[in-house]
Structure formats: structure tokens, C-alpha cells
Ligand binder design. Structure first.
Ligand code: PLP
Length: 388
């Protein structure tokens, strides 16, 4: 059976060069980088080099990079670390309704602890209203946390505008750039964010590895207390192989991004055009201008998304839906619901997220296989029969 992977926003395959770079640190260079003897030297150097590579990728200084265990930890570290450091200065956080659970549930947790949280809405294209953000700021606001790009729709938020507002008002600004890293250039000299999260496995690096950019001077209370690692900012012996992998992944992303953006955009557009031409009642969700090059979220009316995914899986095609049906609940996607979509349409939505391994043949295979599957499913739908 063919195996075609259109789920790169869930995770990416480890790049061959990343794998090669990591191997020595799982094998012969097993020393603890904090030791003072010979066994520490190579791992210590490797950690330093990786930090420099990530700093080059983000155009920041190596001291502004904190290694974490995931994008989720980076988000938690940024948000909890910042509000804990600002105790007594205010208790209000601004975020959006469409954040990843790593941010959303962190904010919900803080709300239970007494923080006031404003969840900004989005319009039908999944875009933020900047005026709503401005109006939401109070003299108690200590943090704005708004994602760079949405994992379900790929919509890219105007992070530079938000950063300008935050800076003008003297409010800390964190952005979850887990989906943006490697797909759009991130330059910390140009972007006035204070905190930015990235994750290894979304950019062809290892799972369980993340980093947090924390601008010089931004104070954070550590999330994980322990030894003096990461200059007292995150305790725990370094995951040397993971760190090396993330460093290499960032180096490769810097090198290949321009070419990949062009390729992904071309494939994504071909995929959308092919499906729209061949299947009726199909809608692309989210702002089609301001979005990641690799992501498309498509609603197939009169079709149940989870069954569609199972049918695609039988053809060897991996894609995903934003809804949480797979985890046993039938909740529709919180992102599509925030965009004002009906339950039915949101349940019929599929996310295709492309990556460097995809080819035109992959896309054409999907375009060939999809129409008969949708036809079959619709033929069983009383709603479709009524709509015809
Ligand atoms: N933030 C966003 C936008 C994501 O898409 C994800 C993963 O899907 C995360 C955070 C969490 O990253 P990790 O899987 O490394 O914990």
C-alpha cells in the first residue's frame, strides 16, 4: 500500500542529517555536560554549538535560548514564569480562543488560581481583531500570549502589530511559534516579542525537545527547579542528543526554508485546486492570504470528518481533523467553532499539512482517491439527498 503523509503539523519525520548529528550523543559521547572531566567536553561543546545554531535561526543571542522538553513546556514556562515574576504588578492575561491547548489550558489553570483571562475571538477567516486586543488591555494586564500561526488552519496572526502594541503599553508578549518555526522566517531583532516557543518535532527534529526564546532582561520564575542548568532557568541534566537534534534542525531550516516555502505553497495550492475542481460543496477554511505555506483546512459538507480520515487511512493517506473525536469526545474543533462554523461543517473538516517529503504525485494521488470516497459517504447522507 502507498503511504502518504499529510500530517506534518502533528509531527514531522526526523531529518536524516538530524539523525546523524544526534547519534554520537546517544552512543560514544554519553558524558554529563556539567562535569569537569574529559567525558563532559564533547557533550558540553555540542550543547553550546546547538544553542548557537538556534540563536542564529532566531537571530538572537545564545543566552536568550532556554532548552525545554517540548513546545508545551516552552509555553508553560513562558506564561507561568512571566506571571509569577510579575506577582503584585497585575493579574490580567490576554490570549485568544484559538490557541493550542498548551496555552489555552495553562491560561485556564491560571484563571482558577485567580488570574483574569481575556480570550479574544476571531472572525470567520480565523483572523484576530486588533482593535479588540487594544480595547482588552487594562492597567492590570501583565501578559499577552497570542500564537504566531494556528496549528489547525495555518492562519498567521499579525504578531508584529501585536508586539508593537504590547511594547507601547509595557506589557510582556509571548508567542507560540511552534507551527511557524521552519515555515516562516523568525527574526528576534525585527520582531519585538519577549518570549517565543518552538518545538523540535515540528521542524524535522526530535520529539520531546523544545526551546524558549526569552529576551534579555525579561524575568521568568523557573518552571522546573533543580540544578544550575540553563543558568538557573531550567533544572535537569541536558538532553544532549535532543539538543543537538534541535540545533541541527534549526540550521537546516535556515538553509532550506526559502526553497521549501516555494515548494509547499505550490503543492498546497495544487491540492486545494484539485479537490475544489473535482468535488462540490467543499470550502477552504481560514484566511487564504495570511497563512502557513504548508497547511490547508478543508470542510467537506455532508461528510463526517472522522470517517473520511479512516477512509483516507485505508488508502494509505494520513491527515487529521481538528476535532477531538479521536480522543473519545465528539467535541468539534474549538478553532473552527470560534470562527463561527456550524457543528456539522466543522465535523466535516480535514487538515492537510504538507512537508518536505511530499511530491506532486502524492497530491495527485489524494486528488484521485478523494472524490469516490466523498461520493460514497454522501450517498449515505440523508442531508445530502435533501440538499441535491
Ligand atoms: N503549540 C502549537 C501551536 C502546537 O501545534 C503544538 C503541537 O501540536 C504545541 C504547541 C505543543 O508542542 P509539543 O508537541 O512539542 O509539546
Amino acid at each position: 500500500m502507498k503511504k502518504i503523509y499529510f500530517d506534518h503539523n502533528a509531527t514531522t519525520p526526523v531529518h536524516e542529517e538530524v539523525f546523524e548529528a544526534m547519534l554520537p550523543y546517544l552512543k560514544e559521547e554519553w558524558g554529563n555536560p556539567s562535569s569537569i572531566h574529559w567525558a563532559a567536553r564533547a557533550p558540553r561543546k555540542a550543547v553550546d554549538t546547538a544553542r548557537e545554531r538556534i540563536a542564529a535561526f532566531l537571530n538572537c543571542t545564545p543566552l536568550e535560548v532556554i532548552f525545554t522538553s517540548s513546545g508545551t513546556e516552552s509555553d508553560n514556562h513562558a506564561i507561568k514564569g512571566l506571571v509569577n515574576a510579575k506577582k503584585g504588578k497585575g493579574n490580567h492575561i490576554i490570549t485568544t480562543k484559538v490557541e493550542h491547548p498548551a496555552v489555552l489550558n495553562t491560561c485556564k489553570h491560571l484563571a482558577k488560581e485567580g488570574y483574569e483571562v481575556t480570550y479574544l475571538g476571531v472572525d470567520s477567516k480565523g483572523m484576530l481583531d486588533i482593535d479588540e486586543l487594544k480595547d482588552g488591555v487594562t492597567d492590570r494586564t501583565i501578559l499577552i500570549t497570542v500564537m504566531y500561526a494556528n496549528n489547525e488552519t495555518g492562519v498567521v496572526f499579525p504578531v508584529d502589530e501585536i508586539a508593537a502594541i504590547a511594547r507601547e503599553k509595557g506589557i510582556a508578549f509571548h508567542t507560540d511559534a511552534v507551527q511557524a518555526a521552519g515555515k516562516v522566517p523568525l527574526d528576534m531583532q525585527k520582531l519585538n516579542v519577549d518570549l517565543l516557543s518552538i518545538s523540535g518535532h515540528k521542524l524535522y527534529g526530535p520529539k520531546g525537545m523544545g526551546a524558549l526564546f526569552a529576551r534579555r532582561g525579561v524575568r521568568l520564575v523557573p518552571l522546573i527547579h533543580g540544578g544550575h542548568h540553563e543558568r538557573n532557568r531550567r533544572g535537569g541534566t541536558e538532553n544532549v542528543a535532543g539538543i543537538v537534534g534541535l540545533g541541527k534542525a534549526c540550521e537546516i531550516a535556515s538553509r532550506d526554508m526559502e526553497r521549501e516555502i516555494a515548494q509547499l505553497t505550490r503543492l498546497r495550492d495544487r491540492l486545494e485546486k484539485g479537490l475544489i475542481e473535482r468535488i462540490e460543496h467543499v470550502y477552504v477554511n481560514g484566511d487564504r492570504e495570511n497563512r502557513l505555506p504548508n497547511t490547508t483546512n478543508i470542510s467537506f459538507e455532508f461528510v463526517e470528518g472522522e470517517s473520511l480520515l479512516l477512509n483516507l487511512d485505508m488508502k494509505g493517506i494520513a491527515a487529521s481533523s481538528g476535532s477531538a473525536c479521536t480522543s473519545g469526545s465528539l467535541e468539534p474543533s474549538h478553532v473552527l467553532m470560534a470562527m463561527g462554523m456550524s457543528h456539522e461543517l466543522s465535523h466535516g473538516s480535514v487538515r492537510f499539512s504538507l512537508g518536505r517529503i511530499n511530491t506532486e504525485e502524492d497530491v495527485d494521488y489524494l486528488i484521485e482517491e478523494m472524490p469516490p470516497i466523498v461520493d460514497r459517504m454522501r450517498s449515505m447522507s440523508p442531508l445530502y439527498a435533501g440538499a441535491k
